[in-house]
Ligand binder design. Structure first.
Ligand SMILES: N[C@@H](CC=O)C(=O)O
Length: 314
């Protein structure tokens, strides 16, 4: 696992957001989480965030250090691994005590909810950083969550590392909040935060540096090629690369993105992800067949792409 990173690393790899694999008794599975991490690394992904898809806000603090230590052992030396902290300021301090004795450079701050003020939120982030020295990637899912000027101050103080931006917009809708954030902290510090489809507009039209995604866990090579296409401004190639992911993305939109991804990894045969953490639950059996097809087709497209690349290199 890497112990230091720079803002350029936000653009160097897709930030994969995998599910967490547990054994039937709810214990962490080294073998299955290792299988997911190996598949990502073989597909070229070097940044992995244990966030929303891993239900990270619901990890008991009692196992937080142990699960992170296990992930660190499983990750390759060149992988940038990000844990999550929050969502509340008290839990952040319990997690700071754990992170203080580890070497994670950056953690994702999952969105905080009411009650809060922006002044108080700034104080909570400063207190966390003073305790453990870990910088924060701020996850923004709602308009006006944190003022752009406060983000800029926290970035200048070395507390905020960057922003994972995931406020949904209608097609063609102007995104004033995103523009303010980019004007304050610079596009290099902001990544698109909700999968491959919105990353196309975020990177091509708003100039964001990269993106986080879930489908990348099944198709890392395709997703990395999508990132490269977007960095060179190639919309046609990006759209082509997105198309094998769309059936699974459609199922995620219809039935819940976290649980569909968790079960898709298992049904594709990539990893036995096991029980999903409460308060989430598994997908209904009614969409199982469609999920087997979508996940299997996406994995097949990934393996075909890898075979073509290997042949081209030989
Ligand atoms: N929610 C997105 C990316 C993660 O933050 C996804 O799963 O595609």
């Amino acid at each position: 696992m890497r112990h230091s990173v720079t803002p350029d690393d936000l653009a160097a790899s897709v930030m994969a957001v995998p599910p967490l694999a547990l054994m039937d008794d709810g214990q962490f599975s080294d073998a299955e989480n290792g299988a997911v991490l190996n598949h990502l690394r073989e597909g070229g992904v070097t940044t992995v965030l244990y966030g929303g898809n891993a239900m990270a806000q619901h990890w008991p603090v009692a196992v937080y250090g142990d699960w992170l230590d296990r992930l660190e052992v499983l990750a390759s030396d060149d992988t940038w691994l990000l844990p999550s902290v929050g969502p509340d300021a008290g839990k952040m301090m319990d997690q700071a005590a754990v992170l203080k004795t580890r070497r994670y450079p950056v953690a994702l701050l999952v969105p905080m909810g009411a009650p809060l003020t922006h002044e108080g939120m700034g104080a909570a982030l400063r207190r966390f950083h003073a305790e453990c020295g870990v910088q924060l990637l701020v996850y923004i899912k709602t308009d006006g969550y944190i003022p752009a000027a406060l983000l800029d101050d926290l970035l200048a103080e070395g507390i905020v590392f960057g922003v994972k931006y995931a406020v949904p917009r209608q097609p063609g809708e102007d995104d004033f909040y995103l523009r303010d954030i980019v004007a304050a902290v610079g596009a290099k510090r902001v990544i698109s935060g909700f999968g491959e489809p919105p990353a196309i507009d975020h990177m091509l039209n708003q100039g964001l540096a990269g993106f986080t995604a879930g489908c990348v866990c099944i198709a890392p090579r395709l997703s990395m090629s999508l990132l490269e296409a977007l960095k060179r401004g190639d919309r046609a190639e990006a759209t082509r690369l997105l198309s094998p992911m769309q059936p699974l993305e459609d199922l995620r939109s219809a039935h819940g993105e976290i649980r569909v991804l968790h079960d898709a990894l298992a049904l594709s045969g990539l990893a036995r992800t096991g029980p999903i953490l409460p308060p989430m639950s598994h997908v209904d059996s009614a969409c199982r067949e469609a999920l087997i097809r979508a996940a299997g087709d996406l994995l097949a497209a990934e393996m075909d792409d890898r075979a073509v690349m290997a042949e081209a290199k030989a």
